[in-house]
Design a protein. Structure first.
Lengths: 180, 509, 509, 180
């Protein structure tokens, strides 16, 4: 029998979770969440789906870790339950401590990186390097699936860099420009 | 239908995605051979795998492939096709293509080029309809090109107004403007989208009606001037002028109004000597006045709901008309059964402002059971590329009553399971359960109204279950990592639950 | 239907597989909660995943799980279910179960135990029907137990005869005997199968009719003595008395015969005070004489074809009847639309004498498009175990005409793609294209007739394509092996095309 | 560019096949079968399916090698094309030579092994060790998916061995008895 502690963050809230597996039966877990213990019968399905019976209630839990970087301290998951997507971070408690320690020394600069939210094509930039922009101002237009999507400035600032020429195909997450 | 001399034996389907699959299916049912065409990223698409033969036509960009008239005509000849079905979008409403098909000695399954031309630009269509006595939405008769001049017209008409691409269709190049200060940017965006989508940046201005509904009439017209109108389709559930959920009949239309709309629809079709399947889209105000908006001179995306309530196969009807058969004297404005709804499943994330979510489909389970139909071109293992429309499937339901069709559609969307990219199925289900929709008391402002108060994307129950699932998921991942360290850091096998993926290095400067 | 006081809020589905999924779907559509039960190998089944709650009831063996009355009643109480839907097979026709459900203060969605009893053993049912004036197939009134005595009766009746399990149903414990010399072994096999399937080894003898058709009448009966009969189902496409393809209406039945059969079906249902959905199975000879064979006091596997031509949901009707609603005075022997066909997809290999082919489903693509319905409980990644029936899916089509329904079903079966185990889809398609079936001129001997000349399993074209595909497949495999040898004999990664699998060592002695 | 020669056997017939891959385009092959050359555009799909365009004709070719033992000289494949299953053996020509050489020295004994054609349960044996059996005589009854399947003697002989007791669960291919 193995027992592990996790710290989870959903939105602003932190939750403590302890997982125990059953010593005899495969796929049976005892999970303590915020002080309450749940017996969970969880079976792995294809494509990172868990079929769970929680106090006999039947749920398909669909786990998506595509947003994770290859950093073991990145515990981001998008979890779909009955159609609803819950975005959360789930880390083993020692990893969480390591991460908190690392973050404490990191001073946020005023730099914001604008990345493409989806694969597509850069249609045109609406700003130039050195230009001052206001929050909400259009920065760049990315086309994906025949729709034009205008990305807007998340804050006031100055355009520090532009990454690529219009017409370039980009992946989701590709840096498009930097505002400081 | 009456017998005729000509018989179509092989059809080239000049399209991709679900509509190409849809047409190939009917070809199979009728014992007609099908010719698929495909662009680079579509080689593995279902329409290629389902068709009798398939030909490569070019790169991802539509102008190199699905809009490449010369190439498509060439393939049609080479493959021995005798007719071409254009589907919707792409070349389906292009009169040059219709002429090219005719010049090549082939049959287009659709109207003549002159009917397309008459309906092809919105301003021209409005002029033709006014002449034929069909009521149109108040607006400019001609395109407006100068931004300042356009703003003056808009102001005199009174906001809100609609900017529409003259060459438009399918909601593209269309912008609603509520306030004068938004006019300039909207005008430029509409022009830009119009140019990119249709190669023509002309736009015109229409009055925006109060609480308008989008209700449309399906027509079929044969070569001998017979026109048949069908029970209406209600398509008011729209986001950014893209239809999301359609139903037939409309909960707003009574028998009297249906009769009137059918009469006008037939008038409109006859005014342009229409042949084939077409749709007259109308805007309807809260007083049940309806105005011609445009005629789509091809099959609509939402044609299945008309099939479900009439028992017809509209693609088979299109083919029969192209073969020269004459229509039965039957009125499908009265002879329809039950209620049908369609939901458009799109690869986009409603919780992140509907950002497109292309990706690889790692798992697909289509819904099933009574009175559910799924039209799609994706499958477990297929690729959803960013090159084309985000609509990846249509889920259609039927029921004896509206509530029954609605509950079945809701259930089917719950069953629809796709892994590999986020879809809008939950959003569609929320709309199906949203009171104005449940009551049938909605207009094209429904989605906007829904978003006026920020929707709750999940409840406490979902959060708890998500936490339990995520904890177990990571528990197993940690156990595996731990055992790997002990046996000597073997890489995790692929296709297990864990996926520590190497991402691309970030671009730096 | 009229309003009633009682309302069912939670239904335990005492079944597995596609019928459990089917019932859960209707529960969802009606806003009723569902309780699934499952045996060891069924934990990952779709009915467990689709239901609101799920309870484990025992081992794979039905008597430990799906036939375990005490356990099931216990779960029903524990879960707060107010009604039980038995599906078909298992406990659905067990009067002891019906009594136990009633004794527990729950409602069974089905008839009273006394109706089940009256129809439960074939010999008893024959006696009741004779009394009610319903024509029955000539045969023994009582079970025959002594082999020699039985042989004498069979001889006097004249071969061919049928041996049938008294407690039988679903084609089990049923043997046709053509010659006296085959009688002894057939008698023993029938007894053995009867004992294993029903815990009762009694069999009786019926005359085998000439070119018999199997045609059946669906009935619905409410608590107030109203009985409604439906347009017939033709189920003559059978192999070893297992139905393979069903259609409604029957190409053999005219309006006059339909009316007569409906009258007799209602008579039969009334004779046993029937309540709920039931089916009167008849044998029909080439002179259109029909004889009562048995009444199935539950939903049939093939009920969807009746739904398709009437627009009803028979499970919803069953629930409404159990809630005490009264039937509408509507005659579905006249008010039906078009034609529907169902094909039963089984995990078995027709080319190897229909050997069962359980296995893991590595890929599933269900058919789609117009007028196709799929009812199944399998999915990509699910396991087809050897513990239960080989039927894994039902594919159902509808069309305005018989040919249309037939072509659509054929197309849908072509689209049905399952990897991981062999299925009978191609065989079903061959039957759909076999001339006697196409002409509607067939009887229960159809499959046997088909096999009289050994079917060609493939043509030259298929052989060439198979050779080309296999060569490319092995070419890539060899290339991979070669590159592995060069880099040092790394094992082939799983889930690539190549699968050099280690098999279990052979048993030796 | 790689070129390989294969020998294929379908039923009693032998075929020569040569495969060339295209040096520039992935998934394009030139395949010579019995002297005729086919250009094949073959793309791999999930679960060992090839989507092939052969002279523009579209085929899904479904390849099943489950019957193969782990012997590299076992080239048995069940190939499904448009619903039809073609059973064949496909071996690289040098492997085929090796196999033929090995088989030439092998003298067939009169022993026939009766194996279970599917996973299931042994219900009962109808014969005993030492018993003489005639071709077509029932030997053993295996139950699978609720159907009883009687396996019959493929030839006259004597039962030499019985592998297991009734009630035993067996896999497909499990030896049930031996006739000599």
């Amino acid at each position: 029998m193995v027992k592990m502690k996790f710290v989870a963050i959903v939105g602003q809230q932190e939750h403590r979770v302890t997982v125990d597996d059953h010593d005899k039966e495969d796929g049976i877990y005892s999970v303590e969440l915020d002080g309450r213990v749940y017996r969970v019968d969880a079976k792995t399905m294809p494509s990172q789906v868990i079929s769970a019976l929680i106090e006999n209630k039947s749920y398909d839990i669909d786990l998506d870790d595509r947003d994770q970087s290859n950093d073991p301290l990145d515990g981001r998951l998008a979890v779909r339950v009955r159609g609803r997507v819950v975005r959360l971070e789930m880390l083993e408690h020692r990893r969480k401590k390591m991460k908190d320690a690392a973050t404490a020394h990191f001073v946020h600069s005023g730099t914001v990186q604008i990345t493409s939210p989806m694969p597509g094509k850069i249609l045109r930039y609406l700003v130039k390097v050195g230009q001052a922009v206001k929050k909400g101002e259009g920065l760049v237009v990315v086309e994906a699936m025949k729709m034009e999507n205008e990305l807007q400035a998340p804050k006031d600032g100055v355009v520090k860099a532009i990454s690529s020429a219009p017409g370039t195909a980009v992946d989701g997450g590709t840096l498009l420009l930097v505002i400081e | 239908m009456a017998k005729t001399a000509r018989k179509i034996k092989k059809i080239l389907v000049a399209n991709r995605g679900e509509i190409a699959v849809r047409v190939v299916r009917t070809c199979r049912d009728l014992g007609i051979e099908s010719v698929a065409i495909y662009s680079d990223p579509d080689r593995k698409s279902l329409h290629v795998r389902f068709a009798t033969v398939a030909y490569h036509v070019g790169k991802a960009s539509p102008k190199d492939s699905y809009l490449n008239i010369d190439k498509i005509i060439d393939v049609a000849k080479k493959s021995g096709a005798d007719a071409i079905h254009p589907g919707y979008g792409f070349l389906s409403e292009n009169p040059d293509f219709a002429d090219a098909v005719e010049a090549a000695g082939l049959w287009l399954i659709g109207p003549k080029s002159k009917s397309m031309e008459a309906m092809g630009t919105k301003t021209r269509a409005r002029q033709v309809m006014i002449k034929a006595g069909v009521p149109v939405v108040p607006g400019t008769e001609d395109p407006v090109t100068d931004e300042d001049e356009a703003k003056v017209i808009a102001r005199s008409m009174g906001f809100p107004i609609m900017l529409k691409a003259v060459a438009g269709g399918g909601g593209k190049g269309m912008r609603r403007v509520d306030r004068e200060e938004d006019f300039a940017s909207a005008f430029r965006m509409a022009q830009s989208e119009a140019r990119n989508s249709f190669g023509n940046d002309e736009v015109y201005i229409e009055k925006f009606l109060n609480q308008p509904r989008h209700i449309e009439m399906q027509v079929l017209a044969d070569m001998y001037g017979n026109v048949m109108a069908f029970v209406e389709r209600e398509c008011s559930v729209q986001r950014r002028h893209q239809k999301l959920i359609e139903e037939s009949p409309s909960p707003f239309v009574d028998e009297n109004m249906r009769k009137k709309m059918a009469t006008v629809a037939k008038l409109a079709a006859k005014a342009v000597d229409y042949v084939g399947a077409g749709t007259i889209e109308c805007l309807v105000d809260d007083q049940k006045n309806f105005y011609f908006m445009e005629m789509n001179t091809r099959l609509q995306v939402e044609h299945p709901i008309t099939e479900m309530v009439t028992g017809l196969d509209l693609v088979a009807e299109q083919i029969a008309i192209a073969e020269g058969k004459s229509l039965l004297a039957k009125e499908f404005t009265e002879d329809f059964r039950g209620w049908s709804m369609e939901a458009r499943v799109c690869a986009e994330d409603p919780a992140r402002d509907f950002v497109p979510t292309p990706g690889k489909v790692t798992h697909l389970r289509a819904p099933g059971g009574p009175y559910i139909r799924t039209d799609t071109s994706i499958y477990s293992g297929s690729e959803i590329t960013a090159d084309y429309d985000p609509m990846i499937a249509k889920v259609i339901s039927w029921g004896n009553t509206r509530d029954c069709a609605r509950e079945r559609l809701n259930r089917a969307l719950m069953e629809f399971t796709l892994k590999g990219c986020t879809t809008n199925t939950m959003f569609l289900r929320q709309i199906l359960a949203y009171k104005p929709f449940v009551d049938g008391a909605y207009d094209t402002g429904l989605i906007e109204k829904y978003f006026r108060k920020v929707p709750t994307w999940y409840k406490e129950e979902h959060k708890i279950v998500a936490l339990l699932g995520a904890a177990i998921f990571n528990f197993e991942k940690e156990k595996r990592l731990f055992s790997q360290i002990r046996v000597g850091a073997k890489p995790t096998a692929p296709n297990q639950m864990s996926r520590w993926r190497a991402t691309k290095p970030n671009w730096s400067f």
